[in-house]
Design a binder for this molecule. Structure first.
Ligand code: KIV
Ligand code: ZN
Length: 522
């Protein structure tokens, strides 16, 4: 049996059908091109009969994608199959995926059909699809709750009718890993013509077992996994592409299987899908979450610095990230501070680590997370103590809403001098940001912008956290106010003051007033 597992991506079908707003053809094409680069073997890109928009998206992708097989979904109904074939026609390599439910509950309450009638419909649809392509997949919807006896009957007929891939969906994420593994093994052992097809699985995550069930299916002989980027899909989602791929890569010692995925493209594909679909990735999501390669506890950070493998089983580089992150919080130990100082050029022994660490802890308690520029500021504390914020927000007024072009006027105190600016923008925050950037003359680019409510109800404070990029370095700013435009303005002013502080340190170093890369904490 081949060790190669086919990765069938359904982000643009099962994933897309679960979004609160459907994607337009251009958005779907962007994702399809990223999936092609990622190296998916098959991409299921829509359900052509479902809407003219979906038909057109499938058709556009079929015309453009060259290196992955493009697949469309069709119920076991003639008009679905004909529309699917029509949409896929321009593709160099396409697959028609037809399905019908096989579990008792679906037969009795949804389809009102007998099992024999369903078998006939399946056979008829597969034969019809074969007129358009040799590459036909058949799925027994709700196979997870269908008896193995019935599955064996319909699968044998489907293969005899020409299906080249047989898919076993655990449609409602009901199966336990051992149970699902035994089902796959049972099918392989009992269906006489099973060697004429590839056996596939499609697991939903209702009980959080989609990845485990897919992997156990592979252990029992399945050779295609249906999955979606970031685990998107109906309800709790589909099996995550990034998880199954990284399981097979990381545990190849045990599974002896491989995929054709270029894992270094995983992170950027995940980010693209998240942005286009407007579904944020949970911070603690396996593989692609913001915390997947960041270490917080002092003990973990210490172990990681001694040998990254103490707390990391996969490298960030393997999914296309630059490096792991060690958050500097009040839980961080001295070794992290030392290591971060070293990376900024401050040699061990050239400053008083104990004093710096004591100041760091105070700041971390106050601020939550400390950044490298904060450390540098702490190092030269006595110099900077005298520098109160150079930029202060003094007054702010905004006109926006409906058809009005957002317009802001801002007055700031800049080193004791009042300066005003007015600007228009793409919305009130943008207009205010234009004013602040003009007043300060700081060429900062907004890298991330997050808004959340501090407190409950209508009196909640709006908290804005931003990260700005200034000459390749990231600076953080936080603003809190009852008005979210004001919080946004305060966050930017905070970040710009940190930039100012870093600039002063840099200038003093260049003028020899502060030691470059070697200093003592006063
Ligand atoms: O979950 C499911 O059963 C499906 C089928 C259409 C494969 O998405
Ligand atoms: Zn599904």
């Amino acid at each position: 049996m081949s060790d190669r597992v086919i990765i069938f991506d359904t982000t643009l079908r099962d994933g897309e059908q679960a979004l609160s707003a459907s994607l337009n053809p251009e958005e779907k094409l962007k994702i399809a091109l990223a999936l092609e680069e990622l190296g998916v073997d098959v991409m299921e890109v829509g359900f052509p009969i479902s809407s003219p928009g979906d038909f057109s998206a499938v058709n556009t992708i079929a015309k453009t994608v060259k290196n992955s097989c493009v697949c469309g979904l069709a119920r076991a109904v003639d008009k679905d199959i004909i529309a699917c074939a029509e949409a896929l026609k321009p593709a160099e390599n396409f697959r028609i995926h037809t399905f019908i439910a096989t579990s008792d509950i679906h037969l009795q309450t949804k389809l009102h059909k007998t099992f024999d009638e369903v078998c006939e419909m399946a056979v008829h649809s597969i034969k019809l699809a074969k007129n358009y392509t040799d590459n036909v997949e058949f799925s027994c919807e709700d196979a997870g709750r269908t008896s193995v006896d019935n599955l064996c009957v319909i699968i044998e007929k489907a293969i005899a009718a020409g299906a080249t891939t047989i898919n076993i969906p655990d449609t409602v994420g009901y199966n336990l890993p051992n149970e699902f593994g035994a089902k796959i093994r049972g099918i392989i052992e009992r269906v006489p013509n099973i060697d004429k097809c590839v056996l596939s699985v499609h697991c939903h995550n209702d009980l959080g077992m989609a990845t485990a069930n897919s992997i156990v299916a592979v252990e029992n002989g399945a050779r295609q996994i249906e999955c979606a980027m970031n685990g998107l899909g109906e309800r709790a989602g589909n099996c995550s592409l990034e998880e199954v791929v990284m399981v097979m890569k990381t545990r190849s010692d045990f599974l002896h299987t491989e995929t054709g995925i270029n894992t270094r493209k995983i992170y950027r594909t995940s980010q693209l899908v998240s942005k286009i679909c407007n579904v944020p990735v949970a911070q603690n999501k396996a593989i692609v979450g913001q915390n997947a390669f960041s270490h917080s506890s002092g003990i973990h950070q210490d172990g990681f610095l001694k040998n990254s493998q103490t707390y990391e089983i996969i490298t960030p580089e393997s999914i296309g990230l630059n490096q792991s992150t060690l958050h500097m919080t009040s839980r961080s130990g001295r070794h992290v501070i030392k290591s971060r100082m070293e990376s900024m050029g401050y040699k061990d022994g050239s400053y008083d680590l104990d004093k710096l660490y004591a100041r760091f802890l105070k700041l971390a308690d106050k601020k939550g997370q400390v950044f490298d520029y904060d450390l540098e500021a702490l190092l030269f504390f006595s110099e900077l103590e005298k520098n109160e914020d150079y930029y202060k927000l003094d007054y702010l007024s905004v006109l926006s809403g409906g058809s009005v072009l957002a317009t802001a006027s801002v007055r700031m105190d800049v080193g004791g001098k009042k300066i005003c600016e007015a600007a228009t923008g793409n919305g009130p925050v943008d207009a205010v940001y234009q004013c602040i950037l003009r007043i300060t003359g700081v060429d900062a680019k907004i890298y991330s912008f997050e808004i959340k409510a501090g407190g409950q109800g209508k009196d909640a404070l709006g908290e804005v956290d931003i990260i700005v990029d200034y000459e390749g370095r990231k600076f953080h700013g936080m603003g809190l106010a009852t008005d979210i435009i004001e919080s946004s303005a305060r966050a930017l002013v905070h970040a710009i003051n940190s930039i100012e502080c870093a600039k002063i340190i840099q200038e003093k170093k260049e003028q020899g007033e502060l030691p470059a890369g070697a200093a003592a904490v006063n």
